[in-house]
Ligand binder design. Structure first.
Ligand code: ADP
Length: 643
């Protein structure tokens, strides 16, 4: 009989075909027609069921299996498994399977759910799970011929479960990570749920920022827990993010929050980002923020300090420089360039070139000193056309890590005026002492002679007395002038104002000059004009102007005193036909201690007359000025308020 003819080898799909193709006489089962009835029956059942079944027959546990079982053998065990021993096919697990089969052969049935074998069926060890039953196949004589295995492989299920478990764990881990991250983030983080922005999550930093405990804010609408943010625009921002999903980024947004029990402006950088759920609907907002108040406030302070420093530098007309010593690179402010008479920023040499060559050693010595002491300070002269300009420099030296001077930050000032004033003061002192010395010497001589003739006066007596009085008068005038300067400086010149006719005052003040007979005083103009002023002080002004005309225009026969109306003021001018004053000196005439020709001081005063006069006029609300042309004469004028 052919294999195909046996009723018990019919059907069975692929495995049926394989079984039928095998020459069983070559196997331990022997020719098919010698197979016992029990083997025939179980083979027939096996081949006709789609469930995975496997028979291990006889002492060798020779294998037969169906299409349902086939996948359990993987890539490497089939087809050679058909008709050979379990011992061979499942060598890797035989130490487990073998004893169980042996048990079955004694009549026991074994059943196991979720049993794991590590199989080598695809070229690598693989954990495989099975629900199986190992049942004895009884022969007619009551002996047991083999083992019937019914099995369901559950490896895939297990893998899925495992994968599920793993992804669960991963989810848990990442949730935990996220929670940790949020809890310990250095930024404030919070989640607001729903359209009312219920505070669902708020980390420690958020509570700190809000100045609230968790109890006060959690699970309540944000504005309910923090009423102070109402009407600060925050609600609108939240509403907009919630409805549009547009992210909101704030940079240094001023927000009033409670600090030390009071509402204070804080500055916050923060982001509001919409949280989207299934179908992309927005269900909340995540907020991340950092308070930057300190940074902003200190930056504002620095900006203010810079602004103050800048204003001070500007107001004081200070030029500034930044000198990189090691690279010999100089950065200067426009004002410094102006002071140094440099029109475009130039290299260091140009700045040095504008200093008087004689003063360069002064500057160099100051630098040497500065590197040692850290402080730079010097004064040099700078070329400014025909004028001498005095410039003062001061600075701080900065050193590198090696202690070498690397940089000087400093300022420069034009101190020409101070220098000139100093010089004028020095000049003044010598002039004043000289001026005083002459009348004092004369007075002393006169008094000595008077003293000698005190018992029997000669005919010289009246002249000596008169000389003493004149000297005394000169001295007291000089002292009066000096005192006036001080009073003016201290703004202590009291004015006793009254109404008077100007021409009358002019008449009176000029009596002594007409007397000498060298000059003719001509009073012209509006003789009825009345002024409201301190008559004594104005007399002093007029006398000073007339005296100057006499002194500095000795050849001018006529001296004119003109009274006229100028707007709502009275204008009084004193005009001479003297030598006049050089135009470049005119601007300085009214300065303290100024004299056009200081070398000629022998004939002149203290350089104070015009200064005092102009101060008196200014105190009355008037103005004083001069017009002069060389060789033609000078006109000094001043104005006074009318009656
Ligand atoms: P002082 O006469 O004591 O020197 P003033 O302040 O009165 O001081 O005058 C300042 C300078 O103005 C004088 O030194 C003189 O050179 C010049 N000055 C004043 N008046 C005249 C004048 N009428 N003509 C020419 N120079 C004058």
């Amino acid at each position: 009989m052919e294999n195909t003819d046996y009723y018990f080898l019919q059907g069975g799909g692929e495995m049926g075909e394989l079984i039928r193709s095998i020459d069983w006489s070559q196997t331990s089962l022997g020719p098919v027609d010698t197979w016992p009835q029990s083997l025939r029956l179980s083979t027939s059942i096996m081949l006709s069921t789609p469930f995975p079944m496997y028979i291990a027959w006889g002492k060798e546990y020779t294998q037969l299996y169906n299409d349902g079982y086939r996948p359990i053998l993987g890539k490497t065990k089939h087809p050679q498994a058909m008709g050979i021993s379990t011992r061979q096919t499942f060598a890797e697990i035989y130490h487990i399977v073998g004893p169980m089969f042996d048990d079955v052969m004694t009549g026991k049935a074994i059943w196991a759910p979720d049993f794991m074998y590590v199989l080598e069926r695809n070229g690598y060890p693989e954990e495989c799970f099975f629900d199986f039953a190992y049942s004895p196949i009884h022969n007619e004589d009551g002996t047991i011929g083999g083992v019937l295995v019914t099995v369901i492989e559950k490896t895939e299920n297990f893998k899925n479960v495992k994968r599920l478990e793993e992804s669960h764990q991963a989810l848990k881990n990442s949730e935990n990570n996220l929670k940790n991250l949020v809890a310990h983030a250095p930024a404030a983080m919070a989640v607001f749920g729903g359209p009312d922005h219920i505070v669902e999550v708020a980390n420690a930093k958020a509570l700190e920022l809000w100045n609230r405990t968790a109890n006060e804010v959690m699970n309540r609408p944000l504005v309910e827990g923090m009423p102070e943010i109402k009407d600060q625009g925050i609600e609108d921002i939240l509403a907009n993010v919630y409805t549009t999903g547009e992210r909101f980024i704030a940079n240094e947004l001023p927000v009033k929050l409670i600090r030390n029990g009071k509402l204070q402006t804080t500055y916050i950088n923060f982001v509001y980002e919409a949280l989207r759920g299934a179908a992309d609907t927005i269900y909340g907002i995540v907020a991340i923020g950092i308070e930057v108040t300190q940074q902003v406030v200190s930056r504002h302070r620095i900006e203010e300090a810079e602004e103050r420093a800048r204003l001070a530098v500007e107001a004081a007309d200070i030029g500034t420089f930044d000198f990189n010593i090691q690279e010999d690179h100089l950065i200067t402010s426009p004002r410094l360039n102006e002071i140094m008479n440099i029109h475009e920023p130039e290299d260091h040499d140009k700045y040095l070139a504008s200093i008087y060559p004689e003063d360069i050693p002064v500057r160099n010595k100051a630098y040497e000193e500065a590197y040692k002491t850290g402080k730079l300070s010097y004064e040099v002269r700078v070329k400014d056309g025909s004028r001498v300009k005095w410039v003062q420099a001061k600075g701080n030296v900065y050193y590198d890590a090696a202690g070498k001077p690397s940089r000087i930050l400093g300022i420069m000032l034009d101190v020409t005026d101070q220098k000139n004033l100093e010089k004028r003061k020095d000049d003044f002192i010598s002039i004043a002492s000289h001026e005083l010395k002459t009348p004092v010497t004369t007075l002393k001589a006169s008094l000595q002679m008077l003293y000698k003739m005190k018992d029997n006066p000669t005919e010289k007596f009246p002249r000596l007395l008169e000389q003493s009085l004149r000297s005394m008068h000169k001295i007291s005038t000089l002292i009066e002038e000096l005192l006036n300067v001080n009073r003016i400086k201290e703004a202590e010149l009291p004015l006793h104002k009254s109404v008077f006719t100007i021409s009358e005052l002019l008449n009176g003040s000029c009596n002594h000059i007409s007397l000498t007979g060298k000059h003719d005083l001509m009073i012209a103009g509006d003789k009825g004009l009345k002024a409201y002023a301190d008559e004594r002080a104005i007399d002093q002004v007029v006398v000073n102007l007339v005296n100057n005309a006499v002194k500095y225009a000795p050849e001018s026969r006529n001296i004119y005193l003109i009274v006229e109306r100028s707007g709502d003021m009275a204008k009084i001018s004193v005009r001479d036909n003297g030598p006049g004053i050089p135009p470049d000196k005119l601007a300085y005439l009214f300065n303290r201690y100024y004299q056009v020709n200081s070398a000629g001081y022998l004939s002149s005063g203290l350089g104070l007359g015009l200064y005092i006069s102009s101060e008196i006029v200014k105190r009355h609300g008037g103005e004083m000025g001069v017009e002069s042309e060389l060789g033609k004469g000078s006109t000094f004028w001043f104005t006074l308020p009318l009656e």
